[in-house]
Design a protein around this ligand. Structure first.
Ligand code: GAL
Length: 375
């Protein structure tokens, strides 16, 4: 859980932004909610390496250097992350780490960096698995624990090889702040929330503690409707995706912060089993997803995909909610589960009766189901 500069700021970043963000992590309750990493994306480095080939921070944007900034973030009880790229240049044209992997890893470790996002632009004929393994080994040699975030957009199926290479890997091209659109940039596209959710079928098997499918930094607070933000957040939690904020915390409104700090929803994301959720059904404009949790509990989301208000009548006996991969099933026939609405924070009875709810356009009902003790 953390924050990354890219979605809102692109390369327009500086040390004040990081310090403000670290302060706001504490004052807005984000730190208490579990957000920890503050990550600078592309554009933090000077346009050229120094005379010894070292990657250095842009002296205008970061006059006090990266170690001082990392110290500031650490003093708040938070962690600090940086970005680099496996290619010769980053996507925005700054120096990449190709051919400098061990040297750069040593620099990052000496600045006490805790997280590295590693991109895939300008890689020409590089082999993806090999390139990411090289940086993994370089980080290990540098001797500091650094979370390694793989960002090759899912082009080389990292879910098939990256479990022992990185801690998380992007599964798509870049997210953009819309519900279900594709934005064509000529040669590449960015993707709305539901485009990303629907992009990869059947890769949930690859996710688990310390090796996650990464659905990209979130767009909560970046212009979608409050209901859409809520659904977006709920789905990232159901999917056990890393939760990386992508908004400007200095102007975040209370609704945004309320969504992002909802501790019961976050608990679904951070559940110790670490199982990525799955689609139960999508009919009649309702997407239904489920995630098995510790202690025989389940979380479920019901998302209104239509642009009208919708009345939900969900009969628990209608179909089977089954995670075939993990051999887990909602045992509706033999047990009752209590139901709690995790956004309204209220109890909704139990599974002996239909689930009835009114869902606004693109809104979500997210529930926690807990097995009742049998009499
Ligand atoms: C893209 C990456 C984005 C961002 C950007 C920086 O390749 O997917 O998340 O890091 O590069 O240039």
């Amino acid at each position: 859980m953390g924050w990354n500069s890219w979605n809102t700021f692109a390369t327009d970043i500086d040390e004040k932004l990081v310090m403000d963000t670290a302060d706001l992590f504490v004052t807005l309750g984000l730190k208490d909610a579990g957000y920890e990493y503050i990550v600078l994306d592309d554009g933090w480095m000077a346009k050229e390496r120094d005379e010894n080939g070292n990657m250095v921070a842009d002296p205008q944007k970061f006059p006090n250097g990266m170690k001082a900034l990392a110290d500031y973030v650490h003093d708040k009880g938070l962690k600090f992350g940086l970005y680099s790229c496996a290619g010769s240049k980053t996507c925005a044209g700054y120096p990449g780490s190709r051919g400098h992997e061990y040297q750069d890893a040593r620099s990052f470790a000496s600045w006490e960096v805790d997280f590295l996002k590693y991109d895939w632009c300008n890689t020409e004929n590089l082999n993806a698995q090999g390139a990411y393994e090289t940086m993994r080994d370089a980080l290990a040699k540098a001797g500091r624990p650094i979370l390694f975030s793989i960002c090759e957009w899912g082009n080389n199926q990292p879910w098939e090889w990256a479990e022992n290479v990185g801690h998380m890997w992007r599964v798509s091209g870049d997210i953009t702040n819309c519900w279900d659109c594709e934005v064509d940039h000529g040669g590449w596209s960015s993707w709305g929330v539901w485009k990303i959710i629907n992009m990869r079928e059947n890769i949930r098997y690859a996710a688990g503690p310390d090796h996650w499918n990464d659905l990209d930094m979130m767009e909560v607070g970046n212009g979608m409707a409050v209901a859409e933000d809520r659904s977006h957040f709920a789905m990232w939690c159901i999917m056990a995706s890393p939760l990386i904020l992508g908004n400007d915390l200095r102007i975040a409104n209370t609704k945004t912060i309320e969504t992002l700090t909802n501790s019961e929803v976050i608990a679904v994301s951070q559940d110790p089993l670490g199982i990525q959720g799955f689609r139960v059904s999508n009919k009649d404009s309702v997407e239904i997803w489920a995630k098995p949790l510790f202690n025989d509990a389940w979380a479920m989301t019901f998302v209104n995909m239509s642009d009208k208000v919708l009345e939900l009548h969900y009969d628990w006996h209608d179909g089977v909610v089954e995670d075939k991969l993990n051999d887990l099933k909602l045992e509706i026939g033999t047990h009752r589960y209590t139901i709690k609405d995790l956004f309204q924070h209220k109890k909704l009875g139990d599974t002996s009766r239909k689930l009835e709810a009114t869902l606004d356009q693109h809104d979500v009902l997210m529930v926690l189901l807990e097995k009742k003790e049998e009499p």
